[in-house]
Design a protein around this ligand. Structure first.
Ligand SMILES: [Ca+2]
Ligand SMILES: [Ca+2]
Length: 397
């Protein structure tokens, strides 16, 4: 394990040419009901797919929100609060196999990751009878379901975020529980031919292979990693972890990692030790690259919304910056490595609080957000850069 030191650093001077400027947004499409994520199929169609919490996947083609759902699984899910259709990822070879994967809470409130297939006759409609359950696990209560899914751009494995389930938060520290983790599985092979509800394989380089119940775990110690992403350029993993009383966290796992990072929850919230029974004040607690503190004057941070590292072409000033936000507050931030740590900039409030639930990329790497009933493209820079770096996680080997 690496050793860490952590420092909070406030910079008042920065290198002006290196900064992104304020972000803005451009309306792409509207008419969605409780949208929670947006992604693309990687099939050359340039379509965007918006998931609605109530169970529908909607298609945006050439800027038009198509009226017919790509898939509607509302009859097999529970939704509302933190439940529903929560995540969508297209198979890296979707153009050939038509497979895509949804993460939802079923009618019992338990997590299901299920594969569906596009229909044979219409690229904008999936086959509703094509479902194949990949993975399920129990959720003790309704909240903290995580729910995001993404394929690793380099390894091709499916990454799945799970919250602590809002039961015993020590599940996040229990390697044999799938709660409070990022999971990593191979959906192209079935290691469990006798089990119709487990249709995946364990990557042999997962960190806990052979530890009972922990084979799927990639990293642990998360509370509710509602939205995460993998850098399309290099496979780095960025996790927004929704905090409890004090700190919203944005966590990082480099692609060079062999997994096993422990982000501390519930023993730590941010860098604060909780003293929960069974915890150790010495850690482990992999520090965030950025944190938002609740109750800061003029702000309303309460729910981390993990974003994306911008790899698009339309806004060169944003290239390489990790953009993220907070659902309650709505302020956007941009972060990137600076020396041994990270610099973080306030990018302004784009569309207000209690609006942005998720972000996503199109096929070119341009970034989008879903907010209220709309799909927005994130644009910029258009204004003078902000000059405040207010936080930098500092990590030394
Ligand atoms: Ca099986
Ligand atoms: Ca943490």
């Amino acid at each position: 394990m690496k050793k860490y030191t952590m420092m909070l650093m406030v910079f008042h001077a920065i290198i002006a040419w290196s900064q992104p400027a304020f972000l803005d947004t451009e309306d792409v499409a509207g008419g969605f009901t409780s949208p929670v994520s947006v992604t693309h199929a990687g099939d050359g169609s340039n379509r965007l797919f918006v998931t609605q919490q109530g169970g529908q996947i909607k298609v945006v083609e050439n800027g038009t929100h198509l009226p017919t759902a790509f898939l509607d699984i509302s009859s097999i899910i529970s939704s509302g609060g933190e439940q529903g259709l929560l995540g969508l990822a297209f198979h890296p070879d979707y153009a050939n196999n038509g497979f895509f994967y949804v993460n939802y809470t079923d009618t019992n409130g338990d997590t299901v990751v299920e594969r569906y297939t596009v229909s044979a006759g219409d690229a904008n409609v999936a086959d509703p009878n094509s479902g194949l359950i990949i993975l399920t696990f129990d959720q003790p209560f309704a909240a903290h379901n995580g729910g995001d899914v993404h394929f690793g751009p380099l390894d091709g494995y499916l990454y799945i975020s799970s919250g602590d389930g809002s039961g015993d938060p020590m599940a996040s520290q229990d390697a044999s529980s799938l709660l409070g983790k990022i999971l990593r599985i191979d959906v192209d092979v079935d290691d469990f031919p006798a089990d119709p509800l487990k249709n995946y394989a364990i990557p042999l380089d997962n960190p806990y292979v052979g530890v009972a119940g922990a084979d799927e775990v990639w990293v642990s110690g998360l509370r509710n990693p509602w939205r995460f992403s993998l850098d399309r350029l290099n496979g780095d993993l960025y996790i927004g972890d929704v905090g409890e009383d004090t700190w919203e966290e944005f966590n990082y796992v480099p692609a060079s990692s062999s997994g096993g990072e422990n982000f501390g929850w519930p023993c730590f919230e941010g860098l604060d030790y909780s003293g929960v029974s069974g915890c150790n004040s010495n850690g482990p607690n992999e520090p965030p690259i950025a944190m938002l503190e609740h109750d800061q004057p003029g702000s309303n941070y309460c729910t981390a919304v993990g974003g994306y590292r911008y790899r698009g072409i339309d806004y060169p000033g944003l290239y390489g910056w990790y953009l993220f936000t907070d659902w309650c507050d709505g302020t956007y931030f941009a972060a990137r490595p600076l020396g041994p740590g990270w610099e973080v900039h306030d990018m302004g409030t784009l569309v207000g609080g209690f609006a942005v639930t998720g972000m996503g990329e199109d096929e070119q790497g341009e970034l989008y957000a879903v907010a209220w009933t709309g799909l927005l493209k994130i644009t910029g820079p258009t204004e003078a850069p902000d000059d405040l770096i207010f936080f930098s996680g500092f990590e030394s080997p």
